[in-house]
Design a protein around this ligand. Structure first.
Ligand code: 8OZ
Length: 367
């Protein structure tokens, strides 16, 4: 990109996302901020938080559990009760009133949870009873993750139903669409990968079997919304959540080919290590998935203006999602456009707490 006063990239021009016109190609990535209240109801503060960031071409609202069982961190919001739908409705209405577009990310954490976060203190569920390395974020602080309970084959329709209910509730709450969270070592990713899925029923073993739950969930969500309002997030080379696969290229090639059947509007790919390096030695090139996919490709992971503009110029992405910069720069799109300096987020207020570090980051104008 050449060095002029304002960035000349078509990142800042409108684009169609299926039937929806976005003002630009810059997406606010889903960001867990852990500010929900009792019963997993999104905070009133979230109205202002998302409105402040509504100049993003698209907001993907934070990961939101589709069921009480799908919860894995304190203070994350849900989309399984009427109170939650009413609270989300206020958020989507306020974002729409200022011209923004907003999807909801549908989430089930699987084994990345803790009995203290589960209904009746139950063990978290997973494809197989394999303990993840790492810690759960609970009301008692960080505690070690435990060996989960393997789901019975007979429980699989109920898991699919949780996503269907989440999708229906997201529709009732006024979202523009939904993103299926199949990344970062949560339930759907746990089924995909052979390190975490050692089942010997129809949901484990071959790549086709390991992808079965994701395809059933996608069919259910598309049944509610239509493919043109459903996106999906994958993290094919990430190990976040203590996840791995013996052949990620074969696995994710199959997954993307199978997803093409649903005509999803976008594929959102965390191209490197979640929250970490973009270039991983030995990892396959996620552009393979871009070339295979029949909808829009949304790139994510450590992008800045130059990387994003280059990705557009070289046709390596249709949309670019920014995460952490949106925490501390509510007017990120304008700052990128005029090449203004970006504010750094304060790690101390990233998760949990109230307004501080949430809705008090200034725009360039108010700074
Ligand atoms: C950071 C902290 C808690 C959750 C993800 C939903 O990685 C998350 C998440 C990230 O997708």
């Amino acid at each position: 990109m050449t060095n002029t006063e304002t960035a000349k990239s078509d990142l800042f021009s409108p684009v169609m996302l299926g039937p929806i016109q976005l003002a630009n190609r810059i997406v606010m990535a889903p960001l867990t901020r852990s500010r929900a209240g009792d019963h997993d109801v999104p905070s009133e503060l979230a109205i202002e938080y998302y409105v402040q960031r509504a100049t993003a071409g698209l907001i993907i609202a934070e990961a939101t559990q589709v069921s009480p069982q799908g919860k894995g961190y304190v203070f994350t919001p849900g989309i399984y009760s009427d109170d939650q739908v009413q609270a989300w409705k206020k958020i989507t209405s306020a974002v729409h009133a200022v011209g923004g577009k907003i999807f909801l990310q549908l989430w089930h954490v699987g084994r990345i949870s803790h009995p203290s976060l589960q209904p009746d203190g139950a063990l978290p569920v997973a494809p197989s009873a394999i303990k993840p390395e790492g810690q759960a974020y609970t009301t008692a602080g960080f505690v070690p993750l435990l060996t989960p309970r393997a789901l019975a084959t007979s429980e699989m329709p109920e898991i699919v139903q949780q996503y269907r209910t989440g999708a229906e509730n997201a529709l009732a709450a006024g979202f523009d669409g939904v993103e299926i969270h199949a990344a970062n070592g949560y339930l759907l990713d746990q089924f995909l990968r052979d390190k975490t899925n050692q089942r010997n029923d129809a949901y484990g073993g071959s790549i086709e079997n390991r992808a079965r739950l994701l395809m059933e969930v996608t069919a259910a969500v598309v049944g509610v919304w239509g493919g043109e309002r459903v996106g999906i997030r994958l993290s094919p080379v990430s190990t976040f959540g203590d996840i791995a696969d013996s052949n990620p290229e074969a696995l994710f090639t199959h997954v993307v080919k199978a997803l093409n059947h649903f005509n999803l509007v976008y594929l959102h790919v965390i191209e490197g290590e979640t929250g970490g390096a973009r270039n991983l030695p030995g990892a396959f090139d996620p552009q393979i998935l871009h070339r295979l996919f029949n909808g829009l490709y949304m790139a994510n992971n450590g992008y800045d203006l130059n990387l994003a503009a280059d990705a557009r110029d070289e046709q390596r992405a249709d949309l670019v999602a920014f995460g952490r910069p949106f925490i501390s720069n509510p007017d990120l799109v304008e700052r990128l456009r005029v090449k203004a300096p970006l504010a750094e987020p304060d790690p101390a207020t990233m998760y949990g707490g109230g307004a501080a570090g949430y809705i008090d980051y200034p725009t360039m104008k108010t700074a």
